[in-house]
Design a protein around this ligand. Structure first.
Ligand SMILES: Cc1cc2nc3c(=O)[nH]c(=O)nc-3n(C[C@H](O)[C@H](O)[C@H](O)COP(=O)(O)OP(=O)(O)OC[C@H]3O[C@@H](n4cnc5c(N)ncnc54)[C@H](O)[C@@H]3O)c2cc1C
Length: 487
């Protein structure tokens, strides 16, 4: 028996070497790595959950990190992986958490960030065609030369890539409230499907996959190699406003007034509590709840938006936030959520998708849940287009205190269940949150599962996302039940 196992391992080893040599024939060897540090660096994410997984499950970890530079290289790589039945994990900047882009079955991490070329900027028709691995920041800089800008992008724009936003839904971020969500801006994508075949998919495509299937797919149907986007002319003015409020009710009312003002829609809109301001910035203003909006348009429309906000805030006893703080806030917007990590050894968070009219109920349930908890917390809401918002709840914990870690996770679990019961859902699913999706949205999950079985019967690409879960609900339930008793 032992001999057999050794032989199997020996065969696998030969296979690995043979596989490595074969892919090095079409991808420069410098971009084919089996180095353990390279693998570690591309295997985790901010939610630190993958760290726990790799500690106990060595076989989750990849054996290769490969960085294709062109659609052809990507296609050949995926064909080769399919030939050897090697699992693939598509990864861009790794900023979408909950193990969205971390390996679960070993195999190859496909790092998309070499696919960062801009193929065409058409200033007349206001379109851009680029590699999916380009960061939003680089795209913004390139478009700037033509007086253009993306219609919307995530606040993680400094690192996160265009392809990552396309497949994680792109419903919340900068520009969405004014210009629509990512889906509205996509003209077409070039997709390398799970078998390595290449297909251009646009709104009128009649193939197996539609654009709607790819948006929010977390990469289970293949790798987006190129994206063609509608962009817009740069606005000629921009101004940020911020008001603080004594009560959550007043802050939400103000937030909704700004959100529903169709004449001057903010370019960016958020609501946060004092803890978020305290942990996310070096300094923070007084009062308890904060609404920030950025107006960007031609100068007269911008100033109309600003005065509209001022009038509305006055009626709700809003206190204007000083200019120096607003400047700091806007400059640091990309870092605010990351800054919270400075305050603890183990940052825990969950992201919820909450409809406009449920924000207060969500908040009341949340405050009731945390009223008996000792952990340090923070609340941050970012507006999506009309109808929905991403609420991010943070728990700051000590890595040595596992009771606290599981205690916070148990609170988030209760809130998640309540959220689904009220017809809302989670924003980021990844690997870890997929079991909630399977339980609470079985029809959508079944639709995706059928497509996945057809296109990727061996489940080699981005497995354990949306259609199949690594975690069992009863085990998670038991874990959180114990956690609540102990914490
Ligand atoms: C500070 C901070 C701010 C954030 N702000 C926002 C925000 O405003 N709005 C928002 O929606 N999210 C936000 N996020 C979440 C995250 O940044 C976004 O989801 C982002 O779009 C992910 O891009 P990425 O390049 O990091 O993708 P990754 O995290 O690397 O990948 C995300 C998922 O997409 C898949 N994938 C990546 N590239 C491709 C591709 N080319 N083809 C197929 N599949 C692919 C991966 O397998 C994975 O499942 C934020 C995160 C942080 C840390």
């Amino acid at each position: 028996m032992k001999m057999n196992k050794a032989k199997v391992e020996e065969k696998q080893e030969i296979g690995k070497t043979k596989f490595t040599k074969e892919i090095e024939e079409f991808i420069p060897p410098a971009h084919v790595s089996t180095d353990m540090y390279d693998i570690e660096a591309t295997s985790g994410d901010l939610s630190l959950l993958s760290k726990y997984h790799y500690k106990f499950k060595q076989d989750y970890q990849a054996t290769h990190v490969v960085r294709p530079g062109t659609t052809e290289e990507l296609s050949n790589l995926m064909k080769k992986c399919r030939e050897y039945s090697i699992p693939m994990t598509i990864r861009a900047a790794g900023s979408s958490c909950y193990s969205s882009s971390t390996p679960t079955n070993g195999g190859v991490i496909i790092d998309m960030r070499r696919m960062d070329k801009i193929y065409e900027i058409d200033a007349n028709n206001k379109t851009v065609r680029c590699g999916a691995g380009i960061s939003w920041l680089r795209l913004i800089e390139a478009l700037l030369e033509y007086g253009l800008g993306p219609k919307c992008y995530p606040t993680s724009y400094k690192s996160s890539c265009v392809g990552g936003f396309v497949v994680t839904s792109g419903k919340v971020g900068i520009g969405v409230l004014k210009n629509g969500i990512m889906k509205d801006a996509i003209k077409s994508v070039v997709l390398v499907k799970t078998d390595g075949s290449v297909e251009t998919i646009s709104r009128n495509s009649q193939g197996d996959l539609s654009l709607d299937d790819i948006i929010g797919s977390f990469g289970i149907f293949g790798a987006v190699a190129e994206v063609e986007l509608q962009v817009s002319s740069l606005y000629t003015s921009m101004e940020m406003i911020g008001y603080s409020f004594k009560t959550f009710k007043m802050a939400v009312e103000f937030f909704r007034i700004l959100k529903n003002n169709d004449t001057n829609r903010p370019f960016f809109l958020s609501l946060s509590d004092k803890n978020f301001e305290k942990y996310a910035h070096w300094t923070f203003p007084s009062r308890t709840y904060f609404v920030y909006a950025v107006y960007s348009d031609d100068p007269s429309a911008t100033s109309q938006g600003v005065s509209f906000a001022k009038d509305a805030a006055l009626k709700l006893d809003g206190l204007g936030i000083e200019d120096w703080y607003l400047k700091e806030k806007w400059r640091n917007l990309a870092d605010t959520e990351l800054n919270i990590g400075r305050w603890c050894q183990n940052l825990i968070f969950q992201e919820y998708w909450v409809s406009d009219n449920r924000i207060e109920d969500f908040y009341n349930f949340y405050t009731e849940k945390i009223s008996k908890q000792k952990y340090r917390n923070a609340f941050y809401l970012m507006s999506g287009a009309k109808g929905g918002n991403r609420i991010k709840l943070f728990g700051l914990s000590d890595i040595k205190n596992s009771r606290e870690f599981f205690g916070i996770k148990a609170v988030f679990n209760d809130i998640t269940i309540n959220n689904y019961k009220n017809k809302d859902n989670l924003y980021t699913l990844g690997v870890v949150n997929t079991f909630y999706f399977l339980k609470y949205d079985p029809e959508r999950a079944e639709y995706l599962r059928k497509l996945k079985n057809k296109l990727d019967p061996e489940d080699l690409v981005n497995s354990y996302r949306l259609v199949k879960a690594k975690m069992r609900p009863w085990r998670v339930g038991l874990l959180f039940w114990i956690a609540k008793l102990l914490y």
